[in-house]
Write a protein that binds this ligand. Structure first.
Ligand code: AMP
Ligand code: MN
Ligand code: MN
Length: 319
């Protein structure tokens, strides 16, 4: 075990009250990793609060321990851990009134190492994979409920084991988690396949607006589209995964209107020579080489103008 692993183990051993948090708009890896670590720390005798600034989306309520998720921390903690989150801003309000994390565990290439101890593996397919690799070093065991959460992180961040960082290690971890009691078929269906009717109607609005120019495919989703379809989230309902399958594009982008002065932007790099995290960074966002996002300060029209221009410029530069 290296020095960092020993330090993390010792901090965990010494702690009695632990706060586990992750990023706003939590995805399957944020939720699966937080719940897995939260449950394991609880099994090790700690008092644990799992705090997600935006709470838990309904689509992940099947996960063991999901009833524990709170939107505000309460009391004092001798250990604060952030998982799957690249910077302090992305924690949202979860740490309002608290210090920055003592331990950061993540896999974003744009991670700002904002903890006291930082375990960041940008090669890892998911934070859940980092946890599955190291939890035994910290004397935390993986029970069936914990395995279900970790497998959800692996399945969702690899889009069902399809991304290029799906290594033999990830597949072995998945096999081990199945042996430990995780039901992959069910978890896969619930986190990646199942959709609501309004979400599918909302996709239709985005798909009917699809545009293409200079290797970029993009579309927009407006507040009016959400009203008309009945979709209650304020995200793209993962439409980005659908337009990412367009065969001759280099980059896919979705602009999701938040209000008059805020627009969520999601990028996916569809070719190995594209790094969308670098583009997202120019707008205060971040992510991975092939998947990145940012909260653009400006209207939908302004976001489209600036982001398309910057993305096109980035595509013309060799990397
Ligand atoms: P999304 O497009 O929201 O699905 O995000 C794609 C990837 O970019 C995920 O790994 C996110 O964690 C990351 N990401 C999204 N938005 C931001 C942001 N505002 N700042 C930093 N990273 C982000
Ligand atoms: Mn995430
Ligand atoms: Mn992740």
């Amino acid at each position: 075990m290296n020095d960092l692993q020993i330090k993390i183990r010792d901090r965990i051993k010494a702690a009695t009250r632990v706060l586990v948090t992750s990023h706003i708009r939590p995805d399957g890896d944020a939720i699966g990793s937080s719940l897995a670590l939260g449950l394991a720390l609880q099994d090790a005798g700690k008092q644990v609060q799992v705090v997600l600034s935006d709470g838990l989306p309904g689509s992940f309520r099947h996960l063991p321990g999901s009833e524990k998720v709170k939107t505000k921390a309460d009391g004092e903690f001798d250990l604060i851990i952030s998982v799957d989150c690249s910077d302090l801003k992305r924690v949202g309000k979860a740490l309002d009134g608290y210090r920055p994390p003592d331990i950061v565990i993540d896999h974003h290439s744009t991670n700002e190492a904002f903890g006291e101890l930082n375990l960041i593996d940008p090669q890892a397919a998911a934070t859940a994979s980092v946890l599955a690799r190291y939890m035994h070093n910290w004397d935390l065991s993986i029970t069936a409920p914990i395995a279900a959460n970790l497998l959800t992180g692996l399945v969702t961040d690899t889009l069902g084991f399809r991304t290029s960082n799906t290594t033999p290690e990830v597949l072995r971890q998945a096999a081990d988690l199945i042996e430990l009691g995780a039901d992959m078929t069910r978890l896969y269906y619930l986190s990646l396949v199942r959709r609501t009717f309004p979400a599918t109607k909302y996709w239709g609005a985005g798909l009917s607006n699809l545009k293409r120019a200079d290797g970029i495919v993009w579309t927009e989703l407006t507040i009016a589209d959400r009203k008309a379809s009945g979709y209650t989230g304020n995200d793209d309902a993962d439409l980005i995964s659908v337009i990412s399958s367009i065969d001759d594009a280099d980059v896919a982008i979705i602009f999701t209107e938040q209000n008059k002065s805020k627009t969520k932007v999601s990028w996916r790099g569809l070719k190995p020579n594209v790094d969308v995290a670098q583009i997202a960074c120019q707008f205060g966002g971040g992510g991975h080489k092939a998947a990145a996002g940012a909260e653009f300060s400006g209207s939908l029209a302004e976001a489209k103008e600036h982001v398309l221009e910057t993305t096109l410029k980035a595509l013309q530069l060799p990397i």
